[in-house]
Design a protein around this ligand. Structure first.
Ligand code: HPA
Length: 276
């Protein structure tokens, strides 16, 4: 079976449960999954019920697609994503994003928990992702190109859509939610960074660091759909933070600012109806 046939097979499994065609695909980061519980779900599909689908092993990541509406906008939410550090292949890490493209999503809204590399960032800040760096590990599109989805050499000059990003900033302003903006760097994890690595990232112009997101953005741009994203800065990065980093700290900050974060995402997506 080719990778594309595997993807089609996954789509057939989803279509057995629902014929919902989303406008927006939303991927929820660590500790942010509660947003999927707040929506009036039209349908849900457990990853386990999708043949060949990579199932996340991380505590705090549920494994299902939730389908519903934010305002008039039809959304598919990935409650729980998969990461390279779990040992999945590039193809498996990209599969969920590609599957949501095949479901019909026209835009991908990415969220994550990230460490603040920019010294002006504090735990609990939100950062609009304006660009990313993903070149510190092998490109996720290495391997046979999936010609059905997109070209061998996709352009990445504007990964994060300016119109969707503007809607996020306007929504934040309307609801008095402070926003930072900056460049997100994906590393594979699972270790948090050393202080020397964080100094390197500072030199490279990175504002926030995490273990996801950029590869999914690349998969979505490869397939030609629009992308936007927000990081929840759950901690200052190593060497800036006075204390050692932990997954618990990430979860605690996510939980503390979760209600505002969820409002920002919900309202932004509802406002995107006009431009999709
Ligand atoms: N580094 C990498 N990933 C993260 C961090 C961090 O400091 N915080 C949350 N996810």
């Amino acid at each position: 079976m080719t990778a594309y046939e595997k993807l089609q097979n996954c789509l057939a499994c989803v279509r057995k449960k629902t014929d919902f065609v989303p406008d927006v695909a939303l991927i929820l980061g660590s500790g942010l999954g509660a947003l999927a519980d707040e929506i009036d779900a039209v349908a849900t599909v457990d990853y386990h019920d999708i043949e060949g689908f990579p199932v996340s092993t991380v505590p705090g990541h549920k494994g299902r697609f939730v389908f519903g509406y934010f305002g008039d906008v039809k959304v598919v939410i990935m409650q729980g994503r998969v990461h390279f550090y779990e040992g999945y292949s590039r193809e498996d890490v990209l599969l969920p994003t590609r599957l949501m493209v095949l479901m019909g999503a026209k835009a991908l809204f990415l969220t994550n928990a990230a460490g603040g590399v920019n010294r002006n960032f504090n735990a609990g800040d939100f950062m609009l992702i304006t660009d990313h760096i993903m070149t510190l590990f092998p490109n996720p599109l290495i391997g046979a190109n999936m010609d059905e989805l997109g070209p061998r050499f996709p352009d990445m000059s504007e990964v994060y859509d300016k119109t969707l990003s503007r809607i996020i900033l306007d929504t934040a302003a309307k609801h008095d939610i402070a926003m930072q903006q900056g460049v997100y760097c994906q590393l594979t994890g699972p270790t948090f960074e050393t202080p020397a690595e964080v100094r390197m990232l500072t030199t490279l112009g990175v504002d926030a660091v995490g273990m996801s997101t950029a590869c999914e953005a690349v998969a979505a741009r490869h397939a030609g759909i629009r992308v936007c994203g927000v990081s929840c800065i759950t901690n200052q990065a190593a060497g800036i933070s006075p204390t050692p980093l932990s997954h618990e700290e990430v979860g605690e900050t996510g939980a503390r600012v979760g209600p505002i974060f969820r409002k920002l995402v919900r309202e932004s997506i509802a406002a995107m109806g006009e431009v999709l």
